[in-house]
Write a protein that binds this ligand. Structure first.
Ligand code: NAD
Ligand code: ZN
Length: 360
């Protein structure tokens, strides 16, 4: 038995207003005047002084606004890398991703692909990346995915939706400033927050569970319950705590895996473009058979916050389309093994998956 030796985020700063220190932190990493810092910023912040007026650019630093309407694609990463190579004489000093999981994943992937040959799709999988990425910084502006701590960047490629999982993927620096999440719309807060909740349940109920994952998963779950089921927290406390829940949830799955909800949500995402957080919600409410307590808790949270989840998203799909989703879901073998154990192939069938998808 050989244990995995995982890298972690090397530096992290936490606190309200800590975003103000970004400039000083990265300046020491500037390679030279012609090696810019590239800021990938969620375009929801275009013209919003909360972010833009605080990014004092120097030399040829650049802000690139990116839409989070769609989740990151391998082709999008390749295009961004090509633009950066064409526009700048030197390799950038660093890539700073400011946004939710979408923008943070793009920042990680661009940082990797600037130092590795070929196309992003060639690196989807586990431990294929050869060269260290360039310096990259993550600044979450919405909490839940754990993308700020994880060893992966999830991309939709021509053949599959799969992460670039590597030792070079985690950020070199993360800035956790709960003030930045202030304007997140309520529904989105819930969907992305539920990503964290589902990470906890899938990790804690999985066969891969160990004391490392459990310690983080239990803490994150306790925070989620406080945030989504109780009325004891101020708005600020809830923001601070969800940011830390996201961190712990991400750490919990680092040393284990996610499970049934994520496998099925990837299928919905690949075929229909349903976004990760919402996709998990659409799937999770039908998974009583696998996570009875988690699903009951989820339903209580949904009710308390009056959240409506789209129904009938699979109502008009053809058999071929169901097959595509089922193929994507079943291809994620570690998720099924974590959820159902080594004999998972005997326990989950294409028909069972189809019946579940039909309910959604
Ligand atoms: P997101 O980044 O897709 O953003 C969701 C919406 O919230 C967008 O419309 C965005 O513009 C908006 N938004 C973000 N911050 C805001 C703010 N402060 N104020 C107002 N609006 C704001 O959402 P997400 O749920 O954080 O990320 C989903 C993505 O994360 C998916 O692509 C998924 O695959 C990925 N993901 C990655 C990992 C990982 O470990 N790398 C883990 C889970 C999910
Ligand atoms: Zn997730």
């Amino acid at each position: 038995m050989s244990y995995k030796n995982y890298p972690m985020v090397s530096r992290v700063i936490f606190g309200r207003g800590s975003f103000n220190q970004l400039r000083d932190i990265i300046e020491s990493k500037r390679l030279n005047r012609t090696a810019p810092f590239i800021f990938l910023v969620d375009d929801v912040f275009k013209g919003n002084p909360l972010i833009t007026s605080r990014l004092s650019l120097a030399y040829n630093d650049q802000i690139i606004f990116v839409s989070a309407q769609e989740e990151p694609k391998t082709s999008q990463v390749d295009d961004m890398v090509e633009d950066i190579i064409l526009n700048f004489k030197d390799r950038p000093s660093g890539i700073i991703g400011i946004g939710g999981g979408t923008v943070m994943d793009l920042a990680k992937a661009v940082a990797i692909m600037l130092t590795n040959e070929g196309n992003a799709k060639d690196y989807q999988g586990w431990d294929i990346v050869k060269n260290p990425a360039i310096y990259h910084v993550g600044v979450p502006t919405i909490s839940g995915t754990g993308a700020e701590v994880s060893r992966t960047t999830i991309l939709t490629g021509p053949e599959r939706k799969l992460g670039i999982n590597s030792d070079f993927t985690p950020f070199d620096q993360v800035i956790l400033d709960p003030e930045l999440v202030g304007d997140v719309p309520k529904d989105q807060w819930f969907f992305t927050g539920m990503d964290c909740f589902v990470h906890c349940i899938e990790s804690l109920e999985g066969t891969y569970l160990n004391a490392f994952s459990q310690s983080y998963g239990e803490k994150a779950l306790e925070l989620c319950k406080e945030i989504f089921l109780e009325d004891t927290l101020s708005k600020e406390q809830a923001q601070d705590k969800l940011m830390m829940a996201s961190w712990h949830g991400g750490m919990s799955i680092a040393y284990s895996q996610v499970g049934v909800a994520h496998a099925m949500s990837y299928g919905l995402g690949y075929l229909l473009g349903v976004k990760h957080g919402l996709g998990n919600c659409i799937v999770f409410e039908h998974l009583e058979a696998y996570y009875p307590e988690g699903v009951a808790m989820y339903k209580a949270m949904k009710k308390k916050h009056n959240i409506l989840i789209p129904q009938g998203v699979c109502a008009h799909l053809s058999d071929d389309e169901f097959d595509i989703m089922i193929d994507v879901a079943l291809s994620l073998e570690p998720l099924w093994e974590n959820a159902l154990g080594k004999k998972w192939k005997q326990l989950i069938t294409r028909n069972k998956l189809k019946a579940l998808y039909k309910k959604m």
